[in-house]
Design a protein around this ligand. Structure first.
Ligand SMILES: [Zn+2]
Ligand SMILES: [Zn+2]
Length: 170
């Protein structure tokens, strides 16, 4: 066997993972089975495999790759020994749970769209009071409008209509 310059390759980006460096595995057992044996060079590479496999709950587990000497010893053992017990390498740290960064998702228009015309609102408040208006008021106001709409929808539904009328807001 020739001396490897690195330990293994990242299962996602295929970049080499060197000896003695930090790497990550999936907490899900099917991903860490010897046959599968996913290893990742970064949490984001671990995150990448979630697009391929579906886990209900998963996290990345931080590990440290064996040193070249340890690895050679392990390989030697695996080749010769029949010992079934898979000894954890001494360099293995206790696993640390790392949660993936929250996925960036498109804002849901049902939850977050601005339903207020801010310029008209500002004009109204200024005309009424001479006050300025923060742009952020559209967030709670939109929320209030959604609540009013939800109630109006319920009224229309209760009366067997599929059109929301002005009186549903009364
Ligand atoms: Zn990678
Ligand atoms: Zn996994």
């Amino acid at each position: 066997m020739t001396e490897a310059a690195f330990w293994r390759r990242c299962s996602s980006c295929k970049e080499p993972i060197g000896f003695g460096v930090q790497y990550w595995v999936c907490n899900v057992s099917t991903c860490t089975r010897p046959r599968t044996g996913f290893v990742f060079c970064s949490v984001s590479c671990w995150d990448g495999h979630l697009g391929v496999v579906r886990h209900r709950e998963s996290w990345a587990v931080e590990k440290r790759a064996p040193s070249a000497a340890e690895w050679a010893a392990e390989q030697g053992q695996a080749a010769s020994a029949t010992a079934p017990s898979v000894a954890t390498s001494p360099s293995e740290r206790s696993p640390r749970r790392i949660l993936p960064p929250p996925a960036t998702r498109e804002p849901d228009p049902l939850e977050s769209d601005v339903l207020i015309v801010i310029t008209k609102l500002k004009n109204y408040i200024r005309a009424r009071s001479g006050f300025n208006t923060s742009d952020r008021v559209v967030i709670p106001l939109s929320e209030s409008v959604r609540e009013l709409c939800d109630r109006a929808i319920e009224k229309a539904r209760a009366e067997g209509r599929k059109t929301v009328l002005d009186r549903d807001f009364e």
